[in-house]
Design a protein around this ligand. Structure first.
Ligand SMILES: Cc1cc2nc3c(=O)[nH]c(=O)nc-3n(C[C@H](O)[C@H](O)[C@H](O)COP(=O)(O)OP(=O)(O)OC[C@H]3O[C@@H](n4cnc5c(N)ncnc54)[C@H](O)[C@@H]3O)c2cc1C
Length: 270
């Protein structure tokens, strides 16, 4: 849609050029920004123009620029020891996807939207991603993805602060994984997206619950838990009022389906 409150689109060549004030909004792929009126915004600050490399493999892991497009992540082929790379596509397929989102939406835009059904949040949280944030004034800071999202459409970003990148550590990318997702309707928005990763000897079992809760929730076990241990841990961490209720599923349904899928995943990985 046309945004008739926008009077300027800034295309800085570096982050330091940006003089932030109220009314500015960072522009990733624009798939959400251009999907509804933005009455409080008069200026868009284009991020893709900053030219950050989309995907960088380093000894530490995979650095995903905030401006990396969904389609670029889809096309990524990692080294064979990164056994969790197929999870990228599995999570991408969970988007309520349109041609526009596939080709224009950015990983950073999805994470910054901070919606429960943000598939890039599920992916990067499950793979123990760490965000690098560039504050307006001050040094870059690091925040785990699981702590970045604080609730439905809320996160830790301060005014004018940009999400620069997300590092997926090589250790997490090398783990085995299992994933399940359900929607109430075919190609609908996720009601639950559950991922677990585990080391080769059944150590460091990490369960990530998303979409069923307002923000991602993680449960870590030194070794793969039994069915009872897993159920108890979820129950203790997420009381009945901690589940996310919306048109994509009631809270009791999301709670029920999470227990069901988490057990499937546990059984698969053990
Ligand atoms: C048909 C349709 C289906 C959709 N389905 C889903 C879905 O299933 N799940 C879901 O989560 N969302 C969905 N969305 C919402 C949205 O399109 C996606 O979340 C998308 O990934 C946003 O990415 P973007 O790059 O287009 O973000 P933009 O629209 O460019 O930006 C989104 C928000 O993030 C801010 N932002 C962007 N990049 C940064 C950055 N690097 N640092 C700081 N702030 C930043 C922007 O200022 C804006 O507030 C859907 C939208 C449409 C139109």
């Amino acid at each position: 849609m046309n945004l008739n409150t926008i009077v300027e689109v800034k295309r800085p060549k570096s982050f330091d050029e940006i003089e932030w004030r109220d009314g500015h909004a960072f522009l990733g792929g624009g798939t959400w920004l251009f999907s509804e009126p933005q009455v409080a915004t008069d200026t868009l600050v284009d991020l893709p123009g900053l030219g950050w490399p989309a995907l960088t493999v380093t000894p530490a892991g995979l650095e995903i620029a905030a401006t990396c497009k969904i389609v670029e992540l889809h096309d990524f082929k990692g080294p064979p020891q990164w056994r969790a790379v197929p999870l990228f596509d599995q999570c991408i397929d969970c988007f309520l996807m349109s041609f526009k989102i596939w080709n224009a939406a950015t990983v950073g835009g999805n994470v910054c939207m901070s919606l429960p059904a943000g598939a890039m949040i599920s992916l990067t949280a499950a793979l123990e991603g760490v965000c690098t944030l560039w504050p307006r004034n001050g040094k870059p800071r690091q925040v785990p993805v699981v702590d970045f999202v604080t609730g439905m459409h809320t996160n830790v970003l301060q005014k004018g602060e940009v999400l620069r990148s997300i590092l997926l550590p090589a250790s997490a990318l090398s783990k085995r994984f299992a994933m399940r997702q359900v929607s109430l309707t075919h190609h609908g928005r996720s009601a639950a997206l559950i991922v677990a990763t585990v080391g080769d000897k059944g150590e460091d079992f990490l369960l990530t619950i998303s979409a069923a809760t307002p923000r991602p929730v993680q449960l870590r076990f030194k070794k793969a838990p039994s069915a009872t241990e897993l159920r108890q841990a979820i129950d203790e961490r997420l009381p009945p009022d901690a589940w996310f209720q919306d048109v994509h599923g009631s809270a009791p349904y999301k709670r029920h389906i999470t227990f069901y899928l988490a057990e499937q995943i546990r059984a698969e990985l053990t």
